[in-house]
Design a binder for this molecule. Structure first.
Ligand code: C2E
Ligand code: CA
Ligand code: CA
Ligand code: CA
Length: 274
């Protein structure tokens, strides 16, 4: 048993070394990818629940890797955060998304995700202001999505940044609502412009009684606080009907449209029926 234990340790050690090596390679490649502009931003539509009209898009970054293909963000955002690359990456996404949105004929909203580290950078509001000026995008068309974990690192700094961003006229959405440890107190501390109900609740509408009750309660909370809600991860007509019936403001998910490259968007905006 002792031998086996040591063997297992060696095995895990080897596995760990490999993981570390792989992460290092990934970090090195990512640094180059940012320089080479090998990142792409895909856009997923958000629809007004009442009539299914597309009212905006969320920018979702992907990495067009030479051998791995399209790498999803959950595989490299953490690497970027660990290696100090997230500021540069986040700035690139913000710039790209604002520039793309500024070129659209319809003044649709554009939602951009902020990583916790970005929200804690003292110069974030200045950067956002600069990007808006340079791209000519109206601040009221930009919506920044933050998760509550972004508020934990340096609470005062994060709140101060959010206030300064709001003062620019930018809207702030609370992303992944309900998945953190203190969603309610986060909501109490800052006047968010929007609540995004996490897809882990939405996907269970009509599947688990509790999820249905929770979604209904969050929508009620939003109504009472006068904060519009978006449901994420809407995949079925049944979910659309329920959310519409419960007065959810906006819908996002595969049932509305999948994230896609910018040059395929016009078709969507035209054929926007939920
Ligand atoms: P998120 O902000 O919660 O984004 C929603 C994720 O759900 C996206 O995954 C989207 O493709 C996926 N999704 C949308 N509709 C559906 C649906 O109907 N069903 C299911 N199962 N999934 C759906 P994606 O693009 O892989 O992004 C994952 C996460 O990576 C995002 O979660 C966000 O936290 C992060 N992320 C993406 N882009 C950026 C970025 O530019 N900056 C930062 N900091 N994070 C980003
Ligand atoms: Ca988001
Ligand atoms: Ca989300
Ligand atoms: Ca999520």
């Amino acid at each position: 048993a002792k031998e086996g234990g040591r063997g297992a340790y060696r095995f895990f050690k080897r596995e760990m070394d490999e993981t570390i090596r792989e992460r290092r390679t990934l970090a090195r490649e990512l640094r180059q990818a940012i320089i080479d502009e090998a990142l792409v931003v895909h856009y997923q539509p958000l629809a007004r629940a009442a009539d299914g009209e597309v009212c905006g898009f969320e920018a979702l970054v992907r990495w067009n890797h030479p051998t791995r293909g399209m790498v999803p963000p959950l595989e490299f955002i953490p690497v970027a955060e660990e290696n100090g690359l997230i500021a540069q990456l986040g700035e690139w996404v913000l710039r790209r998304a604002c520039a793309d949105a500024a070129s659209w004929e319809r003044p649709l909203r554009i939602a951009v995700n902020l990583s916790p580290l970005q929200l804690n950078q003292p110069n974030l509001p200045i950067l956002v202001h600069e990007v808006l000026v340079q791209t000519g995008l109206s601040p009221k068309r930009l919506e920044l999505e933050v998760t509550e974990s972004a508020l934990f690192k340096d609470y005062q700094r994060a709140l101060d940044n959010l206030r300064r961003l709001k003062a620019l006229g930018v809207r702030i959405a609370m992303d992944d609502f309900g998945t953190g440890f203190s969603s309610l107190s986060t909501l109490q501390s800052f006047p968010f412009d929007k609540i995004k109900i996490d897809k882990s609740f939405v996907e269970n509408i009509h599947r688990h009684d509790r999820a249905t009750v929770i979604v209904r309660a969050v929508l009620g909370l939003g109504r009472s606080l006068d904060i519009p809600c978006v449901a994420e991860g809407v995949e079925t007509q049944e979910q659309i009907d329920f959310l519409r019936g419960e007065d959810c403001a906006e819908l996002q998910g595969y049932a509305i449209g999948r994230p896609a490259a910018v040059d395929t968007l016009s078709a969507w905006t035209l054929a926007s029926k939920a």
